[in-house]
Design a protein around this ligand. Structure first.
Ligand code: SF4
Length: 327
């Protein structure tokens, strides 16, 4: 099956959407922070990003869920800066080091070239990692890349803090949504990620992503996901993610068919040690409780990252006992 953005490119709709999206930068409300700054003139908002995309790195990645990494890897593009400021961010060198990141700005053509390079190297898909503050730039580069032969599924791997306006611009463009659902409590989201109203904003964003996917979860003959949605949830120590609220929301508002990827790899890095409640890994009991809650709310499709296999660099996912490989 062909990615959705190819038809939008041929009809000219992708080009029109990228123009509409670029116009948002002059009074920026690309993400829910709605800073109102003019990024076209270089004024920075909370994401410290201007008109051009910032790419910290790109590579083939084998550590995603099995249906994403497949046998050849996901073609991940890691965008610099971030619209959240998680004090425990494992990628803080690229997400919160604005001085370094401003030197990593690239042109739209170069971003298109990177997508094509990843395709040439045999990756199964293009994974846009931390893309929420670069929606216009991604649409513009994708239009260029589609015209030059890009035909891999596009993955939106965001922190869930996406605006509905931006998601509407992505409707039909994104083939696979892979959002985090980080907090079921706004106070913790504000304290640890500087994300006001995270729970309701991410809940609305994930509901919109699910609407766009229409419940599809399509795996190709090669065993790799072509279209669908997986929601990631990282268990935090001392229940600071309030996991139950998230599972309850998903079960009641999205349905129990949603695929979940439960992550247990939390490790106190960056500034996490400044907060006593975040200064340790999760315990076996906390992990077991999260797994029990998944089952209590009927969320039995997806993947559970085994606690014993926690490896900061290469997380290993296993298929859920009830649903091997989630298909
Ligand atoms: S994308 Fe950046 S500048 Fe725009 S609203 Fe979000 S944080 Fe603010």
């Amino acid at each position: 099956m062909k990615p959705g953005y190819l038809n939008l490119h041929k009809s000219g709709e992708l080009g029109s959407r990228s123009l509409r999206a670029m116009s948002l930068l002059s009074d920026c409300n690309v993400c829910p922070h709605a800073c109102g700054v003019n990024r076209l003139l270089g004024t920075a908002g909370k994401c410290f990003s201007g008109e051009l995309p910032i790419v910290a790195s790109y590579s083939r990645h084998m550590g995603e869920e099995p249906v994403i990494s497949g046998y050849n890897g996901a073609g991940n593009i890691f965008f610099g800066n971030c619209n959240l400021k998680c004090i425990y961010c494992q990628n803080h060198e690229i997400s919160q080091d604005r001085k370094t990141d401003c030197c990593r700005e690239i042109g739209f053509e170069r971003l298109a070239e990177i997508m094509l390079e990843l395709q040439s190297s045999g990756c199964h898909n293009i994974g846009l990692v931390s893309p929420s503050h670069f929606v216009p730039q991604i649409l513009k580069s994708l239009d260029i890349a589609a015209g030059q032969g890009l035909e891999l599924p596009l993955i939106w791997n965001s922190n869930g803090y996406d605006s509905l306006q931006s998601l509407h611009l992505l409707d039909g463009v994104i083939d696979i949504y892979l959002p985090d659902f980080k907090y079921g409590n706004d106070d913790y989201a504000l304290a640890y990620s500087k994300a006001p109203c995270y729970f309701s904003i991410a809940g609305a964003a994930i509901t919109e992503m699910h609407r766009q996917m229409k419940g599809d979860f399509i795996i190709g003959a090669d065993g790799v996901l072509k279209r669908g949605m997986i929601v990631r949830h990282l268990v935090l120590p001392n229940d600071l993610a309030e996991s139950e609220n998230i599972f309850k929301f998903l079960a009641e508002n999205i349905g129990t068919n949603i695929r979940i990827s439960l992550m247990s790899q939390y490790y106190p890095v960056h500034n996490a040690n400044r907060e006593i409640l975040l200064s340790r890994k999760i315990t076996g009991r906390e992990y077991e409780k999260a797994v029990e809650l998944l089952h209590r709310y009927g969320l039995t499709q997806g993947w559970i990252q085994e606690l014993e296999s926690c490896d900061y660099y290469r997380p290993q996912f296993i298929a859920n006992r009830d649903n091997p490989f989630g298909n």
